[in-house]
Ligand binder design. Structure first.
Ligand SMILES: [Zn+2]
Length: 330
């Protein structure tokens, strides 16, 4: 099999795309699966061979995979994985077992593979429409601070993003274009009317006053819990949105990498959750949290139109990078 190494598909993090793991195993790559506590894991050496990293190094609990244009760094016992310095949150911690450092097969298939090999993992046709979903609205103001409310900041960001995308030739629709309440279910229904489309839900965050930074959510794959919660029965369900698992994580990566590349802030990572606006989608989708209104310094920034424009510019760049990745797929 020929690996197209380091095709700069998502320019900001240098993604490479190869093929679904199952199709590869059919092509006789010898995956060495190890069962640990009933779950399948893949040894790091196997990952080095398959993705043709030049080498791996282990110092204490830190494991690094190196190539000329790609580094991947994780830590035994941790769910954080850095791919070219962009932070991803794995579904299961990296472990050590019988002399091997191992990564869960679910994370390999649902995160590492579609990120490193988008051209193989993604099957979708190119899209021409972006459905932007400004979070909250009406009686649901979302997060708020003395300078304003999330619903309004999200709407303004959505409008700025719309005009940037239209200038790039995309068709753009908004789930709401005024301060009105729309149920999550109706946002999904609206988005699903569009076929060659992607869905981008825009939010600003709230948490402890010290919390800050950007985080991006892709729908949890079946068998994986949300980043926040313990295990639930829904972890074992397959939702409509899971049909686009590869596209969801690739789109999230493109958007998150562009945002982290362009906005000076804390990288809180690409996370997993079963938000209602993501579970029912028939098109690839992402939920973006552009910073914390509960953090006074960050709230002051978010309250300025110039900062929201910066965010819109980064999101447009991420969407362009994702479109480019799909174009290379053909
Ligand atoms: Zn929100």
């Amino acid at each position: 099999m020929v690996l197209r190494r380091f095709a700069p598909i998502l320019a900001l993090i240098g993604l490479v795309f190869l093929g679904s793991l199952d199709s590869v195993s059919a092509q006789k790559f010898r995956w060495q699966q190890i069962k640990v506590s009933g779950r399948d894991y893949i040894p790091a050496d196997n990952i080095v061979d398959f993705y043709r990293f030049d080498k791996k190094s282990i110092e204490g609990n830190v494991i690094r995979f190196h190539s000329r244009k790609l580094t991947m760094t994780g830590r035994v016992g941790s769910q954080t994985l850095l791919i070219n310095r962009i932070k991803f949150i794995l579904s299961y911690p990296i472990r050590r077992h019988a002399g091997h450092v191992v990564v869960s097969k679910l994370d390999l298939c649902k995160l590492i593979d579609p990120v490193l090999r988008p051209s193989q993992a993604m099957s979708r046709k190119p899209f021409d429409t972006v459905v932007i979903d400004p979070g909250h609205g009406g009686h649901d103001s979302g997060a708020y601070c003395a300078l304003g409310k999330e619903a309004n900041f999200a709407l303004d960001t959505a409008r700025q993003l719309k005009s940037l995308l239209q200038r790039r030739g995309y068709k753009v629709v908004l789930t709401r274009n005024k301060d009105e309440f729309i149920t999550l279910g109706n946002r999904v229904k609206f988005a699903n009317r569009y076929k060659n489309a992607i869905f981008v839900s825009l939010h600003y965050n709230s948490g402890q006053s010290r919390a800050s930074g950007i985080e991006t959510f892709a729908l949890s794959p079946q068998g994986s819990s949300s980043t926040f919660a313990g295990r639930r029965s829904s972890d074992y369900m397959n939702f409509q949105g899971n049909d686009n698992d590869s596209e969801n994580i690739a789109l999230s990566t493109a958007i998150h990498a562009a945002a982290i590349g362009q906005i000076r802030t804390i990288d809180r990572g690409i996370k997993r959750a079963r938000w209602t606006v993501l579970t029912g989608l028939k098109i690839p989708g992402v939920l973006f949290e552009g910073g914390f209104l509960s953090n006074p310094a960050e709230a002051r920034k978010i309250a300025t139109p110039a900062h929201r424009k910066k965010i819109a510019v980064a999101l447009a760049k991420g969407i362009d990078n994702y479109r480019e990745a799909l174009a290379r797929r053909r």
